[in-house]
Write a protein that binds this ligand. Sequence first.
Ligand code: SF4
Length: 406
Amino acid sequence: MTDKIDTKTFKRSLQHSGNYHRKGFGHEAEVASVLNTEYQSNLIQQIRDNNYQLTKGDVTIRLAEAFGFCWGVERAVAMAYETRQHFPQEQIWITNEIIHNPSVNQRLREMEVKFIAVENGKKDFSIVDSGDVVILPAFGASVSEMQILNDKGCTIVDTTCPWVSKVWNSVEKHKKRNYTSIIHGKYKHEETVATSSFADKYLVVLNMEQAQYVCDYILNGGEKEEFLAKFKNAYSEGFDPNKDLETIGIANQTTMLKSETEAIGKLFERIMMQKYSPVKLNEHFMSFNTICDATQERQDAMFELVEEDLSLMVVIGGFNSSNTTHLQEIAIDYKIPSYHIDSASRIGPGNRIEHKPLNKDIEVTENWLPEGSIVVGVTSGASTPDKVVAEAIEKIFELKAAKVIA
Ligand code: SF4
């Protein structure tokens, strides 16, 4: 069980081993030019230079002022490309999608980077041999996965974003003081799985409603069985809400809605103050600022964009991308018709779009582009290359120009 491992000592020894790499291999310049060709777009640069908007015919595109690839993702993708270049003959594996973007993951497959298969919800590491190279993705990997790979004698290339590592460090601090980590996130998300593997005791809360429930329990007690059923799979083994909520620390999945993470942190702080008095707060509560700048900037830009008079929004990013979903939530809160797609191929043929409404399965909407002049807001998640955004914009221009609109 990962919670029995001395994670700090293990990470330290891993970092000092010759088989572990968390920087590139000196091929930055070559890789940068390849990445530029594969993922950047002249159209997007043109729109950026034109104050984030472009009009063609009936369509005005309004781009969010911060969108797309964040530096953590750029860094991870570049490291994966460098790894291929540095180890041309070796078998290279990746423990999960490098980032939540289908086109980038497909590109890696074409470069013969293999994904470790998942059988019945478990990764099958038996296929990985000693001497193979294994890439850990931007959102990290659990301690037990790192341990398996290290024990096998693999070369590990760790692309975990430093912002994610910062959260892990917070969790280590909670553990040192025997505090329970309250993690704002999705318990199944790879990043949260990795983060919780560093904790001794943890509870994952998805949203404000769940946080409020936990806070009511802290203040007033409640039915333990009901609590454990409500948070099934979202707490550490042996977690007891009657004992393990007396000292808590706050952590987060870096891609959650920033305002919600902050509000949840403040709620827990207030409740612990109420329960134990302001003088004793530090004996029961810890919190560090671990909200990633990139997530924050993309969400802030989205809040600015939705204030404009938009006919509709197109939000582009992997369907399993948490930060993209949160951008979509903002559009919904502002009651703007909004379409979440993962690639331009979801648009057309004709005036139709295949998209994923929030918390629902993919569906098709016909006649999604209205007649006449329209203003289309566009943004994309932190794992989406500019090229994918450009392709979607071009499709919208084409559709309106071709007058396929009913
Ligand atoms: S969104 Fe933030 S935490 Fe995630 S990879 Fe990008 S910079 Fe890192």
